[in-house]
Design a protein around this ligand. Structure first.
Ligand SMILES: *[C@@H]1O[C@H](CO)[C@@H](O)[C@H](O)[C@H]1NC(C)=O
Ligand SMILES: *[C@@H]1O[C@H](CO)[C@@H](O)[C@H](O)[C@H]1NC(C)=O
Ligand SMILES: *[C@@H]1O[C@H](CO)[C@@H](O)[C@H](O)[C@H]1NC(C)=O
Length: 419
């Protein structure tokens, strides 16, 4: 994990300020304060090599953690898990997961839910704590691995999530969260989302995702997120969406994002719907060999249309992007397919140099206004899709490979090793 973090920090431009965050993120008391009481699962019915560590985790939580400054401790070792747990309503606690927990039941839901926590930290002290989902045994028909629901002042870090049958890590609402030093390895297939996040004032950084669906994706509602140093390593690529009725997304910064392979560099996806996405900055993106590149699609065919006329996209800046798509005529490196009833406004491209491995590319624009590429300068009315051939952008160079780039994703029908 340290290696990943080091590589990300050195090979992608390091960042200075906290940008979009509006205040403190992460737990409010120290890890040491939470060690006032160590609640070891081995003292509450758990055993190393257990066939179901779930009940012992829940028992430890209820009998020892709740109401105290405490650390729920899963020592190094292997555990199977067949019963899913919801750890609801505790404050000032840590979940120190140094062991490897392997899914055995196919019950849907989430293996571990952290709900309504405040001042909470989930981490591995040895960077070896992992959840192995063995998703190949029940592809898209089993649990997700971790869901953090309406929690505040929390962090999740130095953990490994492998082969979830469905999505890997979900943050649902809440505020002041920090996710960092995570390695996520999923299969090369849709339905294997890495991180999906909603809420307010969250910071996600130093995350590596291998899969074939969302890398680190923002869903609605979301405000004041900083997402940086993200490595989408043969992944679907990051996105915002799917967005539909009542979308409320503002003040989001992504920066220093590297995508190797994948469906897209970054996609905004919606179909019909209402509400807004505004004040977004996507800065310092590097990509190699994705299918689509910068992809705004408000007629995204994989989703059921919302009832509203379209989500209003305003003030989205794409700054310093270098990369290439696989076939820039079949799938444009840049497209803005905006909703005719709610044309995109203030789409701004600065130093966006996207090209095609084939040496030929087109760009597409529909009902989209702003600066750069095929965007029309100003207006509020819809216009039909335009397709224009482009030449290699000035200053374009092929982005470097990074050590450890995968040539292809992990198979869908065989085990994925824990890194
Ligand atoms: C979260 O932490 C902030 C301080 O950074 C504090 O103001 C707020 O009350 C905390 N949230 C809760 C639910 O205690
Ligand atoms: C546009 O969004 C940026 C963040 O990318 C923000 O700093 C700026 O204030 C926004 N502009 C307006 C006019 O709201
Ligand atoms: C890319 O993913 C593979 C498999 O997860 C991993 O071995 C490799 O270290 C990753 N590359 C980086 C730079 O993290």
């Amino acid at each position: 994990m340290l290696t990943t973090r080091f590589l990300l920090a050195t090979l992608l431009t390091a960042s200075a300020a906290y940008a979009q965050l509006t205040g403190h993120v992460g737990p409010t008391s120290t890890t040491t304060a939470k060690r006032a009481k160590i609640c070891n699962v081995l003292d509450y019915g758990g055993t190393i090599g257990s066939s179901d560590i779930g009940p012992a985790i829940l028992n430890t939580f209820n009998s020892c953690v709740k109401g105290n400054y405490a650390t729920l401790y899963v020592p190094a070792g292997s555990y199977d898990m067949a019963t899913w747990v919801t750890l609801n309503g505790a404050s000032n606690w840590a979940f120190q997961m140094d062991g490897v927990i392997t899914r055995t039941s196919t019950t849907s839901g989430h293996m571990i839910v952290i709900q309504n926590a405040n001042d909470f930290e989930m981490f591995s002290s040895n960077s070896a704590g992992a959840i192995q989902g063995n998703g190949y045994q029940c592809r898209n028909a089993g649990p997700r691995l971790l869901r953090v629901i309406t929690s505040t002042n929390f962090s999740v870090h130095d953990l490994i999530f492998v082969d979830s049958p469905e999505f890997h890590v979900i943050v649902q609402g809440g505020s002041n969260g920090e996710l960092y030093n995570l390695a996520i390895r999923g299969t090369n297939l849709g339905g294997s989302d890495g991180v999906d996040i909603t809420g307010n004032n969250h910071w996600v950084h130093d995350v590596e995702v291998t899969n074939r669906d969302e890398c680190v994706t923002v869903k609605s509602p979301a405000s004041n997120f900083l997402i940086e140093r993200i490595w989408c390593n043969q992944s679907g690529g990051s996105a915002m969406g799917s967005l539909s009725d009542g979308t409320a997304i503002s003040n989001i910064v992504y920066r220093n994002v590297y995508t190797n392979g994948g469906n897209q560099i970054y996609m905004f996806k919606s179909y019909g719907g209402s509400g807004y996405v505004k004040n977004v900055l996507l800065q310092n993106f590097l990509a190699r060999g994705t299918a689509y590149g910068l992809d705004v699609n408000q007629y995204w065919s994989s989703q059921t249309p919302g009832t509203g006329p379209g989500v209003q996209f305003t003030n989205i800046t794409f700054d310093t992007w270098d990369g290439y798509v696989a076939d820039g005529v079949a799938r444009p490196p840049i497209q803005f397919i905006c909703a005719d009833a709610t044309p995109c406004q203030q789409m701004i491209l600065k130093d966006v140099r996207l090209w095609s491995a084939t040496g030929k590319a087109v760009v597409k624009c529909e009902s989209a206004y702003g600066t750069g590429s095929c965007l029309k300068a100003s207006g509020t009315t819809s216009y039909a899709i335009t397709t224009s051939s482009i030449t290699q952008p000035a200053g374009y160079t092929v982005p470097p490979t990074l050590a450890g780039d995968l040539a292809s994703g992990f198979a869908t029908n065989s085990p994925i090793p824990i890194p």
